[in-house]
Design a protein around this ligand. Structure first.
Ligand code: ZN
Length: 188
C-alpha cells in the first residue's frame, strides 16, 4: 500500500465525472487499499478516487461502528468522540456506488473535505438513503444508511460526479470559501 496525493481546489480534475469500473482487478483493489490508507493518514472519514486524480467510480469511508449515536452530531463532535476511543473502525469500500433512494427528510450537518482542508460549512441533505454498490470481493450489496454515514456517502458520490460540498452552498458563500482556500493553498 502507498499514500497517494490528495488534490485540492482549484484543481480542474475535481470537476471530472468518474467512469464506471468494468473489471475488478488487482489494480482496482490496490487503488482501494491506497485510498483507505490515504484517507486514514489525512484523518478523513471518506475519500473518492476523484480526489487522488483517478476517474473511476470508487469511494472509501470509515464512519466508525456506532458505539455511540452518530445521528445529529457534527463532524467536529464526531472527531471528539473518536479521541475518546469510542471509535471502532468500520471501513467500507464501494465500487460503482449508486443511490437508489433518498429520504424526503433533510438533515443539516457540518461538512469538510480533504480537497478543501480547513474549511467547513453546514449542508442540508436527505437524512437517510439506500445505496447499491459492489464490494472488494465482487459482491453486490444494498445497504440502508442514516446519520453521518448517509451524509458521507452522498458527499463521496458527489465527488464522482464532479460536485464538491461547497457547490450546495449559495454562490456567494461558495466563492468566499474558494477564494480564501485557493489563496491559502497557493502559499505552500
Ligand atoms: Zn470531499
Amino acid at each position: 500500500m502507498s499514500l497517494r496525493e490528495i488534490i485540492k481546489v482549484p484543481n480542474p480534475f475535481l470537476k471530472v465525472t468518474a467512469q464506471p469500473v468494468t473489471v475488478i482487478d488487482e489494480d482496482i483493489l490496490t487503488i482501494l487499499d491506497d485510498m483507505m490508507e490515504t484517507m486514514y493518514h489525512a484523518n478523513g472519514i471518506g475519500l473518492a478516487a476523484t480526489q487522488i486524480a483517478i476517474d473511476k467510480r470508487l469511494i472509501v469511508m470509515d464512519c466508525g461502528k456506532t458505539k455511540f449515536e452518530t445521528q445529529n452530531i457534527s463532524e467536529e463532535e464526531y472527531n471528539e468522540k473518536i479521541k475518546d476511543e469510542q471509535f471502532e473502525p468500520f471501513p467500507i469500500k464501494m465500487i460503482n456506488p449508486e443511490i437508489i433512494s433518498l429520504s424526503k427528510n433533510l438533515e443539516e450537518r457540518e461538512e469538510g473535505c480533504l480537497s478543501i482542508p480547513g474549511y467547513n460549512a453546514k449542508i442540508k441533505r436527505p437524512s437517510s438513503l439506500k445505496v447499491k454498490y459492489t464490494d472488494e470481493n465482487k459482491k453486490d450489496n444494498i445497504i440502508d444508511a442514516e446519520g453521518l454515514l448517509a451524509t458521507c456517502i452522498q458527499h463521496e458520490i458527489d465527488h464522482l460526479n464532479g460536485i464538491l460540498f461547497i457547490d450546495h452552498l449559495s454562490k456567494l458563500k461558495r466563492e468566499i470559501i474558494l477564494k480564501k482556500a485557493i489563496k491559502e493553498y497557493s502559499k505552500n
